[in-house]
Design a protein around this ligand. Structure first.
Ligand code: UDP
Ligand code: MG
Length: 315
């Protein structure tokens, strides 16, 4: 198998036939044998029926259906496990990862890279969202030791050894963007213009994106914990200096009137700081808790396709 295409699908019933048309017009000219692994991530809009239909028409298509919605990270992992190709292409189902970019990506991969990642600009995105993303990447790259690039997502081709490296990472709480960067290997980047979504809305609400952002920071190192220690230390030192000053004032005969404002600022300042630090610690403890349970990242409810062993038995 020359190429496996892994596509996580959550409520994508409306656009899948279009994706298939596009893939079928691009891929046959590029590679000898390819397979497309569609992963239905517990969709509720008939995606599974559509996926079954597509896979019954074309023997190059296979599918997995997860037992519930586990999130894109888990769906991609399931697809990666299933992929047999010498090269693995990861792409979204909504055509925001344009198939016409694939020839260039594969060409680059064949010049000796192990990963070729597509990098989009933020064309057509709400101003606020792209500004927030920019700020986030600025901050996150100061905090973590794997470089994360703005606009670089999961649209990428991996060589077999890069795919195996990603699969060898056992953690179930995954932040793929970082994991891909973390495994290393020679990596090339292909820029492209952002494509806005045709059908529906993004599956990611603002809240989900904020959570994803926090994952990005704490999945990769403990710098925030270290920062919390320094911050806590600095504030404690300031408080101590202030106490010394108050005692000195009293001894020097200037007791002054204890200020209500100072008190309030002090209490709320320290309260806030402690909550913040507790939150940071909690993030890590929570992660240890989740990982220590060793839960699988997903369960497969159903798998099929003409080339699937189960289909061969049915015939
Ligand atoms: N997706 C998924 N599970 C989820 C959410 C999303 O498999 O819980 C898939 C979705 O079907 C799409 C891809 O992940 O193929 C990216 O989702 P979306 O387009 O909503 O995200 P965005 O383009 O905003 O990053
Ligand atoms: Mg999308």
């Amino acid at each position: 198998m020359d190429l496996s295409v892994v596509v996580p699908c959550f409520n994508e019933a409306r656009g899948l036939h279009e994706l298939r048309d596009e893939l079928n017009s691009v891929l046959p000219a590029l590679v000898g044998r390819f397979e497309v692994v569609l992963v239905d991530d517990g969709s509720t809009d008939g995606t599974l029926e559509e996926v079954r239909r597509l896979c019954s028409l074309d023997s190059r298509y296979r599918y997995l259906s997860l037992s519930r919605n586990f999130g894109k990270e888990s769906a991609m992992l399931a697809g990666l496990h299933e992929a047999n190709g010498d090269r693995v292409l990861l792409m979204d189902a909504d055509l925001q990862h344009p198939p016409w970019l694939v020839p260039e990506m594969l060409r680059l991969l064949d010049t000796g890279y192990d990963q070729v990642v597509a990098r989009r600009d933020r064309h057509g995105e709400p101003r606020a969202r792209s500004l927030l993303s920019k700020l986030y990447y600025l901050g996150v790259n100061k905090l973590t030791d794997v470089p994360l690039q703005d606009g670089v997502g999961d649209f990428r081709v991996l060589s077999r050894r890069a795919a195996d490296a990603v699969l060898a990472i056992p953690e179930s709480n995954r932040f793929s963007k970082g994991l891909f960067a973390w495994v290393g290997f020679p990596t090339a980047t292909v820029p492209y213009r952002n494509v806005t979504r045709k059908h529906d809305q993004s599956c990611y609400s603002f809240g989900k994106l904020v959570n994803y952002g926090i994952d990005g920071v704490v999945s990769f190192n403990s710098t925030p914990l270290r920062a919390a220690v320094y911050l806590g230390g600095a504030v404690t030192a300031l408080a101590f200096a202030y106490a010394v000053y108050v005692v000195w004032c009293a001894l020097a005969g200037h007791p002054g009137v204890p200020g209500y404002a100072t008190l309030m600022v002090g209490i709320s300042g320290f309260g806030g700081m402690q909550l913040l630090l507790l939150g940071v610690v909690g993030e890590y403890v929570g992660r240890i808790y989740v990982e220590s349970k060793h839960r699988p990242a997903y369960f497969i409810k159903e798998a099929g396709g003409l080339a699937h062993p189960a289909a061969a038995q049915r015939v």
